[in-house]
Ligand binder design. Structure first.
Ligand SMILES: [Fe+2]
Ligand SMILES: [Fe+2]
Length: 295
């Protein structure tokens, strides 16, 4: 199996320069999530001198999908790339504007011909960062094989020779499929972040061959909810097995959930830590980037 150490990094001649600082923020749910993102991201970006920020926006518009206006607001607030998942086309306008917005990604393993792109290369501080969005198949609508799709994308733009950092947003229901993806690309990706399940896991780590990994980064939403939605209707559907009304995003203060990663000159992770800011969850932040100055 190929590993990044087999390849010459385009950055090796700059040994000693400071590592790349990357922040990935999990599924922003509705207005509460957007409010938390806008309240915190500009300051985080500045205070921590972040080089690259990825935000999963699949639930940003009323819990379902993303509009062009919201996507633009995320980019203006400090996101470099907006990833998504199974809800990407819930707002039909996304089928159109995704074609002209190279910073919005949808899962790469949609059928050929689907609007938009599932992977793209971005520049940050003179480095090339490849972001790939992919969706799992277990207990989800079965798209094409996510592992084959990732193999194809990494093969086309390998860490070291094709890009300086490589991030995979693995949007999947089961922890097993996400962990499998982490190990599948270990040593060939800088970071694999699980999204979609909307509850942060405590297993952030650097895998044995150097890939940063977390099974679920958590949502940026109100945690007094059922995965970001007002509790009443989800409870009704579980208990009575009949629909009553639409799902509505919960409106309490959101917790911004993310994962902070430092990436070395070889493209592999050197540090990883969770970020949880505001709202109901216990607060935590990457201490290697310094204490937060204010809420
Ligand atoms: Fe989501
Ligand atoms: Fe999802």
């Amino acid at each position: 199996m190929r590993s990044s150490s087999d390849m010459r990094s385009p950055s090796e001649s700059h040994a000693g320069e400071r590592p790349l600082r990357l922040l990935f923020i999990g599924d922003v749910v509705g207005r509460a999530g957007r409010t938390a993102l806008f309240a915190h991201l500009p300051e985080l970006r500045k205070n921590w001198a972040l080089d690259f920020v990825i935000v999963n926006g699949e639930n940003a518009a009323g819990g379902f999908g993303v509009t062009e206006a919201i996507c633009d607001e995320f980019l203006q607030a400090g996101a470099d790339c907006v990833t998504s998942g199974n809800h990407v086309f819930d707002q039909r306008e996304a089928l159109v504007f995704i074609e002209r917005q190279p910073r919005l990604l949808r899962p790469v393993n949609y059928p050929p011909g689907t609007p938009g792109r599932g992977a793209n290369l971005y520049a940050a501080r003179g480095k090339q960062i490849l972001v790939i969005n992919v969706q799992g198949r277990v207990f989800m609508e079965a798209l094409d094989d996510p592992f084959a799709a990732i193999e194809r994308e990494i093969g086309a733009c390998p860490l070291g020779s094709g890009c300086d950092a490589l991030v995979v947003d693995m949007h999947a229901e089961t922890s097993s499929e996400k962990m499998a993806m982490g190990h599948f690309v270990d040593g060939r990706a800088s970071l694999v972040v699980g999204t979609h399940t909307h509850a942060p896991t405590a297993d952030h780590q650097i895998l044995v061959h150097g890939t940063g990994y977390i099974t679920d980064v958590g949502m940026t939403g109100d945690y007094d909810s059922v995965i970001g939605m007002e509790k009443e209707e989800p409870l009704r559907r579980f208990i009575r097995k009949t629909p009553g009304s639409r799902f509505e995003p919960a409106q309490g203060e959101a917790t911004l959930c993310g994962v902070a990663v430092e990436i070395g000159a070889d493209g592999l992770a050197t540090k990883i830590a969770p970020l949880r800011l505001g709202g109901r969850l216990a607060q935590t932040w990457p201490e290697f980037w310094g204490k937060l100055s204010a809420g």
